[in-house]
Design a protein around this ligand. Sequence first.
Ligand code: NIG
Ligand code: FE
Length: 410
Amino acid sequence: MHAPKLLVRDLRQVVSPAGRAAPLRGSGLGQVELVENGYVLCDGPAIEAVGRMRDLAPLEGDVVELDGSGLCAIPGLVDCHTHPAFGGDRVEEFSLRAAGASYEELHAAGGGILATVRATRAAGEDGLREAVERHRGWMRRAGTTTFEGKSGYGLDRGTELASLRAIRDAGGAPTFLGAHSVPPEHADADAYLDFVLAEVLPEAAAIAEAADVFLERGAFDAAQARRYLEACRDHGLVLRLHGDQFTEAGAIPLAIELGARSVDHLEATGADGITALAASDVTGVLLPASALFLGRPMPPARALVDAGAAVALATDFNPGSAFCASLPLVTSLAATQLRLSPAEALAACTVNAAHVLARADRIGRLAPGYAADVVLLDAPDWRYLAYHLGGDVVAAVVEAGSVVVGRPAY
Ligand code: NIG
Ligand code: FE
């Protein structure tokens, strides 16, 4: 028996990044297609049609209808950079930072990432699965229908692999962040890489889609990042880097040389990095919630877009530098701190984020043939997504044609 279709009707606005290309760059980033008084018709997991109510022909067969009066529809949001597989929390460290301690000082003193490594190793596989599901629920309630999740808080064989399985089984796109920090049982970064490349990568590569490295002073330098990424590439993984978060240590040139999919953070990127990234196929993933949470400078988003770079936006959800699972909040930061328009911010966390995850042909737009992933905003104008700072704008979330989050009426 054919499942009923889902018709979301009488929507005030239906909004989608324009065209079919990905990634969107330059002036193309801010172009949206907007239908007033519209509908979205879903057939199972895919969108069948989007249009104006007055053009909607009578529908045959079994159709479930959702009343979209007073609501606006946007594509399901895509969070292309999160760290959801961790045990414990860092609320104590958060309080110390509020009193003046710096993130890098806490890291150097054995806190920071390594504190979460201890708690994650202690959580066990079931505990990790519960944590990823809980975090995935927070993202979903904020409108995220597709998420990437990184390992990187295990840094031993069992916990790294358990993290990747937990992310995959929660429906995420797993990324092997085997080079996040050097755990204390290894003498130095090179000795740790000897271990992780020989003992963890072969099995991690069978679960993960991508590999990531933290290229930063106190973590891995450019030569070590190159060694890690080249080995991961040889195992068929897409390459990504955490780069230019605190210092410019060569992440952008390395990303370009290795044909990486993205370089993420960029708070410390200067003029040469902007020019180089703009001339490349590497997407810059901007994480303003992380800059805000750490009280750090914002990345040069406006200059990157104006120079023609492909940019995406993500939460960086993690317990230390960005305890924030909300992409709507990230779009507010984009509009208020990064000088991106709401339309640019929308494209950056839909189609361009989908491009980072190699899914832009399937998700990130409201158009026939794309996944039936839809966020319904309780707002008279879709730009409330960014405008309503910290607001309760998400009325309902449709994922693969099913309502997975909804206020009572839904
Ligand atoms: O993207 N910078 C490195 N990794 C994470 C933070 C990890 C942590 O503090 O636990 C990030 O900000
Ligand atoms: Fe991160």
